[in-house]
Structures are given as C-alpha cells and as structure tokens.
Design a protein around this ligand. Structure first.
Ligand SMILES: C[S@@+](CC[C@H](N)C(=O)[O-])C[C@H]1O[C@@H](n2cnc3c(N)ncnc32)[C@H](O)[C@@H]1O
Length: 386
C-alpha cells in the first residue's frame, strides 16, 4: 500500500492540473439535464470529472452538501433544483478547483437571479476542519519546530470544535460525484462517519462513485496513475453498501448501476453506481400498539434493525420503526395499522426492538372490541359486492 499522504498529494496534484485544462482520462462521460447547463460557463462544464448525476435526486428547498465539488458543476445544477429557498455547499481540498468554482458561481447567480452556492476548503474525511481558517491562523503562528507542530495540531482540534467547516446535523442531502474512491483506505471509515455526522435526522446521502466487482489487488492499489484515475481506491459493490451500513445508515439502496464497466483492468470491472442511504433509525423505542404488514413481493424481508418479516403477517413495531416505514424508501412496501385507541407517546412504555413479534389484531383493535357491521357500500365500485 502506498503511504496515505502520498496518495492524497498525488490526487491533489492531478486535480490541480485537471482544474486548468480538461483531462480526458479522469472522466467517465455523464449526461446532465441540458436545461440546467445553459447558465453554466463552458469552463466549468468542460472540467467534468464525475461518473453519475446525483443532482437528479434533489428536491426544492433542500440544503445540499457536495463532497469533492471540483469545478462546481453539480453544485451549480443543484442550485437551480433547490431554488432560492435551498442552499448548496461544495467542499474540495484542491485550491485550483476551488478557484474555478468560486470565480464562476457569481456568473451563474447573476443568470438565475439568486446566490445560494458557496465553496469551502476541506478534506471530506474531516468535514469539521476548515482548512482556510487553519491556514489563516498558521500564518500568524507558522510551524518551525516540533513544539509549533504540536501546537498546530491542537489549533486544528480547537477549530474543529469551535468553528466546524460543516456543522453536525445541518444538511438535508449529502451528494458526491466520483470522489469517495479517492480517499485512502485507512480514512474510508471516517469518511462515512463524517457523512453521517453532518446529515440531519431524516436526511439522506446520494452518492455516485466507481466500484469494482472484485477486490482491488495490492499492486493495483500502489499504482499512483490508477489511484488518481478513480480505480485503485474503489470499494467493491457490496463493500460500498456495507460502508453505509457500518456508519449507521438505513434503507440503503442502489438507485442506478451502469451495465457497461467504465474501465476493466486485469479482468476487474470498474463501473459507476449511484447509491442512496438514510440517517435516522437511532433513538429510543416506544410501544404505541401499532402494527405493520409487509406487502411483498418477496416471501420475507430483513430491515437494518434486524426485523425479519414474512409477507402478509401482522407484526408489532415500535413507534420509531412505524414512522420510518411511513416514509421513503419503505412506504410502498408496508401496510400501516394504527390502533383504534391512540396510545399517546408521552405515556408510552419502552418497546423491545431486539426481537420481532407478531401482533394479534385484538392488540390494535383493543381487547374489548366487539363491533358488528353490515357490508360497507364503499368497498366495491357498484356498491353490491359480497
Ligand atoms: C474525480 S474529481 C470529481 C469532481 C466533481 N465531483 C465532478 O463531478 O466533476 C475529484 C475531486 O475531488 C477532490 N478530492 C479528492 N479527494 C478529496 C478529499 N479527500 N477531500 C476533498 N476533496 C477531494 C479533488 O480535488 C477533485 O476536485
């Protein structure tokens, strides 16, 4: 394995060149919505080093964070989708990329009539550290010896805490286009933890990246050309989804997977995938007598909290799980059954979420439920059914 710092330096140097002139080897052709490209200067569009289009999954008024924003193209598309009520923040570590993005953002703002995009300097595996603020403070106390090196380390820690580049729980959607693979292996876990940290509860990540169909062998990982070309640092297809799972996400889903590989190296296929993952399954579990039925089509499902449910059966769930199932990406798969008598949250007892139990219909209806009715006229089109 090449030393991590060398990897990062090589990536920065390569993309500094890529910011000045288009480098064809660094990109995997992507079709963006041409409507949004009309207001973006050609210089930005040409320096496209993405492998997918996360912007198409954004909605109006959202706060978006783009990891490794490069020349700013996806941020400038996102700005138009989220509109004046939304906000877009791009983070990149390469000065030359930030320069292109920052110079062109006001041009787009003038054309669309509002300014809702900004670009910040940072490393995406350390989204708390504002590198420009650190540089500014280091000019006043330069590193000259071991003592000042250690003091700089302390300063960085203080800045992370007092002036984070991206605050915790502040973002609706984290997006990224072909960047996560460029982060060295030892920092990949931190990277996914940082994505989780900055998202609001209920927020989501939509990430386009290059993944491999087999583990990347060590000699390939040591090739600097392949590293900065989005090959050596690629996670495997299941490793990519597993990294979201390990960081605490739920509802992880492949939204798009290229059929054709972008490149094949020594028989290993590297292709673009777009993945979505949600934050918000953490928290306490309370009993409110709700039940859910998995509609199918599979015979059974297992969710990210290990609830295993067979198709068509009625299960007891806690209030938190019930509310997760009401929303994307689950809502189309479940019938949600409210109790006839509401059990207010303030009076609710703890619910044991470590096991999945069936729920008798009497539990949602109430033990004393003894109603008899005639046929309901609204149940069929003509009103004369059964
Ligand atoms: C392949 S380009 C993608 C750029 C952009 N997302 C696009 O769609 O054109 C990778 C970008 O990520 C930045 N980058 C790579 N590793 C990074 C890291 N660890 N932290 C911040 N930025 C990084 C590079 O400077 C470069 O601008």
């Amino acid at each position: 394995m090449i030393k991590s710092q060398r990897t990062e330096t090589i990536v920065r140097q390569r993309y500094a060149i890529g910011a000045k002139e288009r480098a064809d080897k660094l990109c995997c052709p992507v079709e963006y919505d041409s409507e949004y490209l009309k207001v973006i200067p050609p210089e930005v569009i040409e320096r496209d080093y993405g492998c997918g289009d996360p912007s198409r999954y954004l909605r109006e008024a959202e706060t978006v964070l783009d990891l490794g924003s490069g020349s700013g193209k996806v941020c400038l598309i996102a700005a138009q989708i989220v509109g004046p009520k939304g906000r877009v923040i791009g983070v990149d570590m390469t000065d030359e990329m930030l320069e292109v993005a920052r110079r062109n953002a006001p041009i787009v703002a003038q054309r669309i009539g509002y300014a809702n995009v900004e670009f910040r300097k940072g490393r995406i595996q350390d989204l708390a550290l504002d590198l420009e603020l650190l540089e500014q403070r280091l000019r006043a106390q330069p590193i000259a010896n071991a003592a000042s090196f250690l003091a700089a380390d302390e300063l960085a820690e203080e800045l992370r805490f007092k002036h984070p580049l991206v605050a915790s729980d502040s973002i609706d959607v984290v997006i990224s286009n072909c960047v996560l693979n460029l982060v060295e292996a030892k920092s990949k876990g931190l990277l996914f933890e940082e994505i989780f940290r900055v998202l609001k509860k209920g927020g989501r990540a939509v990430i386009c990246d290059i993944v491999s169909d087999e583990e990347v062998p060590e000699e390939m990982q040591n090739d600097p050309e392949l590293w900065s070309g989005c090959i050596s640092g690629a996670l495997t297809e299941d490793g990519f989804l597993g990294a979201f799972e390990n960081a605490g996400f739920y509802g992880i889903q492949i939204l798009k997977r290229a059929i054709q590989p972008w490149r094949t190296v020594q028989g290993i296929e590297f292709r673009s995938v777009t993945t979505q993952a949600f934050k918000g399954k953490q928290g306490e579990c309370f009993e409110r007598n709700q039940a859910v039925i998995y509609r199918g089509p599979f015979r059974e499902v297992l969710d990210d909290d290990n609830h295993r449910m067979e198709r068509g059966k009625r299960y007891a769930v806690c209030d938190k799980t019930y509310n997760l199932y009401k929303k994307a990406p689950y809502r189309e798969f479940f019938e949600l059954i409210e109790p006839i008598v509401d059990a207010p949250l303030a009076e609710a007892k703890p619910f044991d979420c470590s096991r999945t139990a069936l729920r008798h219909p009497k539990e949602t209806k109430g033990q004393n439920y003894d109603v008899s009715t005639k046929g309901n006229n609204q149940c069929c089109d003509g009103g004369n059914c059964c």
